[in-house]
Design a protein around this ligand. Structure first.
Ligand code: FES
Length: 250
């Protein structure tokens, strides 16, 4: 059964290019059935009524699909509930009179644009560098003419679950985008349709990742713990194998 709780929020407020700071707000009479973002909506409504600037945060689907939302809540990316995006986190996970510290994902390539909104265009740039998958025009061929082992299809689909939220980068002490890049490389490298461009894809994505200042992987595995979609670190091993093979091919 739902109940009403009162919370103290310490929220990071920052304008682009300026120094940021934590500000304290009270969130009163929050229904425990509300989602975290709905709680933020209620706080913002009150701030607006008081003539104050609402807290800027990013969201779109609120269903754990788009990867837009994301903040560090009490020191954990997307909050403390495993395999849950911030929009899917519910207030029943908090207790009456809790203090919640909310700050943006922090990493060298993630510039703060406003409050909790960061610039994640670096992740888009890595995907763009991966290029296209060549497909023949005409009718779709019979699915059974391209045999794919069930375990490979499942591993590819698991990798494709990455929503590009950037939690892996923010959780990594090196600010590495290896788990993200590994998921994007793996989803094609595991399937025959992704093989024609596999060499240029992995080379391009890895060099873009380095160029944009994402850090190296030192096997901390914080990325996999933080990932709301449970992307497996085995994908990083696959990325490394793909990269080594690509560099052996002239
Ligand atoms: S708003 Fe789309 S994943 Fe959270």
């Amino acid at each position: 059964m739902s109940e009403k709780i009162n919370l103290t929020l310490k929220v990071w407020r920052q304008n682009r290019g300026e120094e940021g700071q934590f500000k304290t707000y009270q969130a009163q009479e929050i229904d425990t059935d509300a989602s975290f973002l709905e709680m933020m909506d209620i706080v913002n409504e009150q701030l607006t009524l008081n003539g104050e600037e609402p807290i800027a945060f990013e969201d779109d689907c609120r269903e754990g699909i788009c990867g837009c939302c994301g903040a560090v809540v009490n020191g954990k990316t997307h909050g403390s509930h495993e395999r849950t995006t911030l929009c899917q986190l519910h207030m029943r996970k908090f207790k009456n009179n809790d203090q919640i510290v909310i700050e943006p994902f922090r990493a060298k390539p993630f510039q703060v644009l406003k409050d909790l909104i960061i610039d994640r265009s670096g992740l888009d740039a890595i995907i763009t560098e991966g290029g296209y998958v060549a497909v023949k025009t005409g009718n779709a061929p019979e699915a059974s003419t391209t045999p794919i082992k069930k375990e490979l299809a499942e591993a590819a689909m698991d990798a494709a679950e990455c929503i590009g939220c950037g939690a892996c980068v923010a959780a990594c002490p090196n600010g590495s985008a290896m788990l993200f890049t590994a998921a994007k490389v793996s989803q094609y490298a595991l399937l025959p349709q992704g093989h024609p461009e596999r060499t240029q894809r992995v080379k391009g994505m890895v060099s873009k990742m380095d160029e944009l200042g994402f850090g190296n992987c030192s096997n901390e595995y914080e990325c996999a713990v933080a990932c709301p979609k449970g992307i497996d670190v085995k994908n990083i091993a696959r990325l490394n194998r793909e990269f080594i093979k690509a560099n052996l091919v002239k």
